[in-house]
Design a protein around this ligand. Structure first.
Ligand SMILES: NC(=O)c1ccc[n+]([C@@H]2O[C@H](COP(=O)([O-])OP(=O)(O)OC[C@H]3O[C@@H](n4cnc5c(N)ncnc54)[C@H](OP(=O)(O)O)[C@@H]3O)[C@@H](O)[C@H]2O)c1
Length: 327
């Protein structure tokens, strides 16, 4: 299995490390034949050493010695089987990530991505393209990071009718809201999240509910077979959640959490009151979801929604599923 890694930041490096850590899992050779970041690339049809790639990136800031032109040129310059697309999410246009994914599927090759941009904007188009070309498109880590949800619903719960999913899909917002539970005002809780590396310098995607909305769209299309995009989601972020509202909720035995909800008819992201002790009242950066099904009833899952190795674990599981399918 020959892999190209597009994007060599937190997740790209984490995935390379996981490939190294788990190398004895595979009963066929698994090789990274190319990797690229925003400025550089490296290729080797014989296989690149994942540890050396990570070390070079850490030491020099570049994954490879070659100056980057376009990602498409790199993809065209090597023979590969699977693209692991982990470049930045661009929710406005899908960005370069969308071009990489489309290009790879069009060539009949497989894609694993955790980049929400292409999925939240063009899910059904990409899925149709994959089907037409006999490619496999997998994206477990795009929702909930290490928390298994997409493959859980579409594979383990096969035959069930999933009626609704409600969940916490953004660890940054959950951290901020749980710090506000202790009396911190929003601005201070946000600052703390930034200091701890949970929130970006520009936290807009998270706190305005945009990141959660992308995940709700991915769930709607992949699990509920809907044909929706980001623009169809009703979104309210957490910027308007005041300390007074948190205190009032606490008086009633409640907390406020940013909940994404999806069903055949609902597509919504909003701060909601959740009773203390309810499975969705979790604190900190955890992601949690309640999946309502017709036969199994309610299933609750929880796990780390982000992180270098955690997100890479979802990519590994997608890679192994592709290897099984291709065998
Ligand atoms: N971090 C998480 O835990 C997590 C969890 C779930 C999903 N995701 C998604 O995974 C993706 C990657 O996240 P991350 O945290 O790894 O981001 P990151 O640390 O910012 O890394 C992004 C990488 O993409 C590279 N890049 C930028 N433009 C590129 C282009 N046009 N072509 C190829 N590479 C390009 C960057 O290059 P430079 O190194 O040269 O800047 C960097 O190596 C995002 O879409 C994110 O939403 C992340």
């Amino acid at each position: 299995m020959r892999i190209v890694i597009a994007g060599f930041g937190t997740v790209g490096q984490g995935f390379a490390e996981v490939l190294h850590l788990k190398s004895d899992l595979f009963d066929e050779p698994v090789k990274i034949v190319a990797a690229f970041d925003s400025k550089s690339y490296v290729t080797d049809s014989g296989g690149l050493d994942p540890v050396a790639l990570v070390n070079r990136k850490k030491e020099t800031g570049a994954v490879g010695p070659n100056r980057m032109g376009s990602g498409i040129d790199v993809l065209d310059s090597v023979d590969y089987d699977v693209l692991v697309e982990v470049s930045p999410t661009d929710i406005r246009t899908g960005g370069e990530g969308l071009r990489h994914v489309e290009h790879t599927l069009r060539k009949g090759k497989d894609v694993i991505t955790v980049n929400k941009g292409p999925l939240a904007l063009k899910f059904n188009k990409l899925n149709r393209l994959a089907k037409k070309k006999g490619s496999i498109l997998r994206f477990e880590g795009s929702v909930g990071g290490a928390m298994p949800i997409i493959n859980l619903c579409s594979e383990n719960l096969r035959g069930e009718q999933v009626r609704s999913i409600r969940g916490i899909f953004n660890g940054t917002c959950n951290f901020i809201l749980s710090r506000m539970d202790t009396g911190l005002p929003f601005e201070q809780a946000l600052k703390e999240a930034q200091q701890l590396g949970y929130a970006e310098t520009d936290p807009t995607y998270d706190i305005e509910g945009i990141d959660t909305a992308c995940k709700v769209v991915i769930l709607a299309n992949s699990i509920f077979n809907r044909d929706v995009t980001f623009a169809d989601v009703s979104i309210t972020g957490i910027t308007s959640v005041s300390s007074e509202a948190i205190a009032l909720a606490a008086d009633q035995g409640m907390v406020i959490r940013l909940i994404g909800e999806v069903s055949d008819t609902v597509l919504e992201v909003s701060p909601r009151l959740v009773p203390k002790g309810h499975p969705l009242s979790v604190s900190g950066t955890l992601n949690t979801a309640r999946i309502q099904t017709d036969l199994a009833g309610t299933i609750t899952i929880s796990g780390k929604g982000a992180g270098r190795i955690e997100t890479a674990s979802a990519i590994l599981s997608d890679l192994m599923a592709i290897m099984d399918s291709r065998r």
